[in-house]
Design a protein around this ligand. Structure first.
Ligand code: ADP
Ligand code: GLC
Length: 476
């Protein structure tokens, strides 16, 4: 079976979040299962061509939009699977992927609309027609629309929603600008409160829609989590599947991670303590006997960053250390910059820093994830792989990957409501657990033995591809 996997970001070439990790590790897992997979993304200015061995091919693709023709040069490299990069200077030679800290680029509809056309033109030009094209998030959601409505190709489509809050909603004039045809501007297709919604198009026109955890699949069908698309999802729920993400066990491995202080595994957890000691020393925190809590993530409302902000005074007076790494919305960046070096037990780094994040996963006792919603979440799986216990809000993929210690076979701490009170109570439960050394150490070993690799989920995607291709339901 031939699969084309299309994403607006792929690790390690370009990454703003978990989508990039998935877009690298899922195709890799699929190819290990014997599928022929190629992946495709725009070639941004920030992609280090030399480092990744990305070379120019002699392929050029013209996309004729009503107002202008865009030419894409195709580049490629091999890293587990073949990756094709689509380069157009005007559209993608910019400092950021989607927008500056001040806001989204105003022509994102043209950027990703033209890219979507270019992907289909690539098939036409190369003769490589996949059995299934797997698209991701709003940036590539027009592809299923174009396949069904314009190109009328016999390629099946699977569209994955990684975060339903981001939908790609634009002025209705986009219909003209992208040459889409006004018949698509209706409630059963792209129209969304008088505008055009790319993600809605992906949901309506693809053969199957997946999201990244079973719980989130249920949640997005409700008004509370659906961001206005719950109705259309309920109407298409017969083709909606929740398949949990995995993490790449080669990329995230405390035994081989080159960035952490001392490598370790579940039989040498005393070395994790060494990481903790060295981390505290390097980042100006004291008292290794205190529990170390970490937060790593985008500073966005989704991640419950307001709850952390509101709880800072209480955290500062706790007998515990905290290390916070992230960046995002300006107001949050400003707040966390303002508390840098203010509290002796709270280390803060505003920025994106993978080596530091790895040291934190390796050194911490607990990872904090007070998310308001969380489609899947990779941090918690990475943390457990590094023997770090998870304190999380019970939502989305967090609810599917963590079992509370008060339940049989539980190994983490979950809280119900996204409030400061519940959050602080959860931290206190973690501190109590930490005092019970025997139990704490047993759980650390236990979480390291859990399997969050892609193995099981890649098989589920393969069954789904077969189902959409051959039409006999096998059940995911
Ligand atoms: P999301 O995609 O919603 O941001 P995920 O949990 O799926 O969240 O994935 C986040 C990924 O990004 C993880 O690999 C995490 O380690 C990484 N990450 C997030 N913020 C930072 C940061 N500031 N520095 C380094 N890595 C980060
Ligand atoms: C999104 C979600 C996150 C998920 C990731 C990868 O960014 O916010 O929960 O893990 O996509 O699917």
């Amino acid at each position: 079976m031939k699969i084309a996997f299309v994403s607006s970001e792929i690790y390690p070439f370009a990454k703003t979040g978990g989508l990039a990790d998935v877009a690298y590790s899922l195709p890799k897992a699929l190819s290990h299962h014997g599928l022929e997979v190629i992946s495709m993304m725009p070639l941004y200015k920030t992609v280090d061509r030399e480092k990744h061995g990305i070379v120019e091919t002699n392929l050029e693709i013209d996309v004729h939009l009503p107002e202008k023709t865009y030419t894409f040069k195709i580049y490629k490299t091999k890293r587990d699977v073949e990756h094709f990069f689509f380069y157009n200077e005007e559209l993608f030679d910019r400092d950021y992927l989607y927008g500056t800290p001040e806001g989204d680029y105003p022509d994102n509809h043209i950027r990703f609309g033209a890219f979507s056309y270019a992907v289909l033109e690539f098939f036409r030009k190369t003769g490589f027609y996949p059995d299934v094209i797997h698209t991701n998030d709003w940036q590539t959601a027009l592809i299923p629309v174009l396949i069904k409505d314009k190109y009328k190709l016999d390629i099946k489509t699977v569209h994955t929603i990684h975060n339903i809050a981001y939908q790609g909603v634009f002025d209705k004039d986009v219909i003209n600008q992208l040459g889409l045809g006004w018949h698509l501007f209706n409630m059963e297709a792209l129209e969304f409160y008088g505008k055009v919604n790319f993600l809605k198009g992906g949901i309506v026109f693809s053969d199957a829609v997946t999201t990244v955890s079973p719980t989130y699949a249920r949640e997005i069908c409700t008004p509370e989590y659906g961001f206005g698309l719950d109705g259309i999802l309920r109407a298409h729920c017969h083709k909606l599947y929740g398949i949990l993400n995995g993490i790449d066990y080669d990329v995230w491995n405390p035994e081989t991670d080159p960035y952490i202080y001392v490598n370790y595994n579940e039989t040498s957890l005393e070395k994790k303590e060494k990481n903790k000691q060295r981390f505290l020393d390097e980042y100006g925190l004291a008292d290794v006997e205190k529990p170390l809590f970490i937060f790593i993530g985008r500073f966005a409302k989704q991640k419950g960053i307001d709850i952390i902000q509101q709880s800072i005074t209480e955290m500062a007076s706790m007998n515990a250390n905290f290390s916070i790494l992230g960046s995002g919305d300006k107001a949050y960046n400003d707040f966390f910059n303002s508390i840098k070096n203010r509290f002796p037990n709270i280390f803060v780094e505003v920025g994106y820093d993978e080596p530091l994040s790895r040291k934190m996963y390796a050194s911490a006792d607990f990872l904090l994830m007070p998310s308001i919603y969380e489609p899947c979440g990779l941090n918690q799986m990475i943390a457990m792989r590094y023997g770090t216990l998870v304190v999380a809000r019970k939502t989305g993929g967090l609810a599917d990957t963590v079992i509370d210690i008060d339940l049989p076979a539980g190994y983490g701490i979950l809280f119900e409501h996204p409030t400061k009170m519940d959050f602080l109570r959860a931290i206190n439960r973690a501190k109590e657990l930490y005092k019970n050394r025997k139990k704490f150490e047993r759980l650390r070993e236990f979480v390291m033995s859990l399997d969050f690799s892609w193995d099981a989920s890649a098989s589920k995607y393969i069954r789904l591809y077969e189902e959409v291709k051959f039409g006999f339901p096998k059940g995911v």
